[in-house]
Design a protein around this ligand. Structure first.
Ligand code: SAH
Length: 251
């Protein structure tokens, strides 16, 4: 069956990182794949539908932080702009003792994610509908997480403004990037301090069993984020942090 190909490919990839799936995890990835493909016909959740590409480009890519020991046990993780649940859902399947908060601004995706969590029995996941710029100011969320993750959310400075406010001092934000990270890395390093972060590590790697190059950029939260950040919805993208730095230099 098609879904067996996804599972086989995922397990091959994970084996390169010395990670094995237990029975519950395997069953959850199987059911997740079914639901993703089923709902995708109505909701256009993803353009990636071939079984092996789902395994590598969604599942293996999502769990890459585990290969670098970036997510510990019994911590709290927020996934900002999770879309169809990436990287949040595969991470939540792999780490049942970690509590995950999946955030997305699109209602229909949130409905899908809630349905998936109940079907999979993922009790360690909460799904929240909203904009990062607003949620990050709410008491329940601000500086309330050990780790924030974001994939395909935008340039690094946009990612930092929308993730680092969620992170506790001492925690980290993880930006999932492709191969062409170098050109924005400088901006990423310069802007992280504006929201209390410091780029600490850049992990470049190839997704096992593929030729796909990926980068994880890690920013450590070193001080509290000023209450003006994140700015109002849409502003982090419209006037990204890099423009504040330029303004400062011009003044
Ligand atoms: N992380 C997923 C989806 C990336 S697409 C993946 O890698 O596959 C970006 C997603 O972020 C979309 O689902 C969009 O609805 C959501 N999004 C964009 N801006 C947002 C914001 N300010 N707050 C919350 N979600 C946002």
């Amino acid at each position: 069956m098609e879904i067996d190909k996804t599972l086989k490919r995922l397990e091959e990839g994970l084996a390169h990182w010395n990670i094995a799936l237990d029975k519950v995890q395997r069953e959850r990835f199987r059911r997740l794949t079914q639901l993703l493909l089923e709902w995708n016909e109505r909701l256009s959740l993803t353009s990636i539908t071939e079984p092996e590409r789902i395994a590598i480009e969604h599942y293996l890519d999502s769990v890459a932080p585990l290969a670098f020991n970036l997510i510990g046990e019994e911590t709290a993780v927020v996934d900002v702009g999770t879309g169809a649940g990436f990287p949040g859902l595969p991470l939540a399947i792999m780490c049942p003792k970690v509590s995950f908060t999946l955030v997305d601004a699109t209602r229909k995706k949130v409905t899908y994610l809630q349905s998936v969590c109940s079907e999979l029995g993922l009790t360690n996941v909460e799904v929240v509908w909203g904009r990062a710029e607003e949620l990050a100011h709410q008491k329940a969320f601000r500086e309330g997480f050990d780790v924030a993750v974001a994939r395909a959310f935008g340039a690094l400075d946009i990612v930092w403004e929308c993730t680092i406010p969620f992170v506790k001092i001492g925690g980290i934000a993880i930006a999932y990037k492709g191969p062409k990270v170098d050109e924005e890395l400088e901006i990423g390093k310069l802007t992280a301090p504006l929201v209390g972060g410091k780029v600490e590590t850049v992990h470049k790697f190839i997704l096992p069993t593929s030729e796909l190059r990926r980068t994880l950029v890690i920013a450590r939260k070193v001080e509290s984020t000023h209450h003006r950040f994140p700015r109002r919805p849409g502003i982090p993208e419209k006037r990204p942090l890099r423009s504040l730095i330029k303004d400062k230099n011009a003044a």
